[in-house]
Design a protein around this ligand. Structure first.
Ligand SMILES: *Cc1c(COP(=O)(O)O)cnc(C)c1O
Length: 393
């Protein structure tokens, strides 16, 4: 019996999102331990990179210790410099904004689209057209006098941004497009995997993501120079491995072989994970589609989500309970739910924030993510749905 099964039969607790380690994880990890190849030099690192690159149809993938370090290296490799600006969603997990600061640059936030909750490409287009000036290859943000160095849209909750519009704007304004695809591995836009529309895409294998290595990340690119640079920067920028000569500031960000072994096994199960999570999402959507005061997230046209998390909005007036009241009531039933992130303009990154973000603020008040694991049983899900419906008017 796997440890997951033991854990689940011992408690009634239903988590928001839990990993499923039901494939070749033990076998591959055992191989690492038996052969002594546990560090970054082992063969599973290359195999995991190869398999992931193949899965999302890119030429190169570089395995990192986590998704945040993949984003940091992506920004450096794309040429982001201290005091530049990087455009990013206001409503997202904080990791991409932190990575922008690690590169010495500053985040420039864009509000959320009211329907898809992804980055609002209309507001983005207005910002680029009305507040920016192209001077040769440099895009100047006139109000701050700073250079905008990259466009970093985050695909949130397993869904996908409007990738056509983003690539169009990125090319018109000469910005490298870096996709934070950490939540949406396996999702697609017009048939093409999310994370592969721009210069670089970043994935995460944190414990709460759709597949996990415990902690881990991947930088994916079609560009061979970016690939070399990412490998160089993430292995302490080694110019001479024998004499230990280093001419640039590097980082120790490469994924160890043991974790890559887990990742290789997890990736084999990605399609099953997506299918299971999408089925959970479809059932929630069916149950809540016509409920007064509950709103579901819409997918960007042409996109297919990976079903990672189902998140719904509770309109307190119309439903009769706020998202936080629903969360507290479900907590009492041992059912874990979570609100969305505090909009980044209200966090440590508030200092340099321009503009207002009414949609992100409303979504954060109303949203609640529901248990979405692939291990969620139909009985558990029906119980969650019944409880939620019983809280309404
Ligand atoms: C999970 C996540 C990351 C990266 O997370 P790590 O824990 O560093 O792997 C980055 N951005 C978003 C939006 C995420 O959800």
């Amino acid at each position: 019996m796997s440890s997951t099964n033991v854990k689940r039969t011992q408690a009634d607790f239903i988590p928001l999102s839990e990993p499923l380690l039901a494939g070749n994880e033990w076998e591959y990890v055992r191989e690492c331990l038996d052969t002594g190849w546990v560090s970054t030099a082992g063969s599973f690192v290359g195999r995991f990179e190869h398999d992931l690159a193949k899965r999302v149809s890119v030429a190169h993938a570089v395995a990192m210790v986590n998704g945040t370090s993949a984003l940091h290296i992506a920004l450096l490799a794309a040429g982001v410099k201290p005091d530049d600006l990087v455009i990013v969603n206001d409503l997202t997990f904080i990791a991409p904004a932190n990575a922008i600061r690690y590169a010495g640059a500053w985040p420039l936030f864009i509000d959320a689209d009211p329907d898809t909750w992804q980055i609002d490409t209309e507001q983005l287009a207005r910002l680029l057209e009305e507040e920016c000036e192209l001077r040769g290859e440099t895009l100047l943000h006139v109000p701050t006098g700073r250079r905008i160095a990259a466009l970093l849209p985050v695909h949130i909750l397993g869904g996908v941004c409007d990738a056509d519009r983003l690539t169009e704007l990125a090319s018109a304004f000469k910005l490298p497009l870096i996709e934070d695809a950490t939540e949406c591995l396996g999702a697609t836009y017009k048939g093409q995997p999310a994370g592969t529309h721009g210069l670089i895409g970043c994935y995460s294998f944190n414990g709460n993501k759709i597949i996990t290595t415990g902690g881990g990340g991947m930088l994916a690119t079609h560009d061979s120079e970016i690939n070399s640079l990412a490998r160089y920067l993430s292995t302490q920028a080694k110019d001479d491995a024998v004499e230990y000569r280093h001419e640039q500031l590097g980082y120790n960000y490469r994924m160890p072989n043991v974790l890559a072994a887990i990742g290789t096994a997890q990736l084999e199960q990605l399609d099953k994970q997506i299918e299971a999570r999408r089925a959970v999402e479809a059932r929630y959507h069916e149950a809540f589609a016509d409920v007064e005061g509950i709103t579901l997230r819409k997918e960007t046209e042409g996109s297919v989500s990976n079903g990672w998390l189902t998140t719904v909005l509770f309109d307190e007036e119309r439903f009769g309970k706020s998202s936080r009241e629903v969360m507290a009531a479900l907590e009492g039933e041992q059912i874990q739910t979570r609100p969305l992130w505090t909009p980044l303009h209200q966090t440590v990154h508030r200092k340099w924030t321009h503009g207002s973000f009414p949609i992100a603020e409303r979504l954060q008040r109303q949203a609640l993510s529901l248990p979405s694991s692939s291990t969620l049983t139909p009985e558990q899900q029906e119980r969650i749905i019944e409880l939620i419906l019983s809280y309404g008017n």
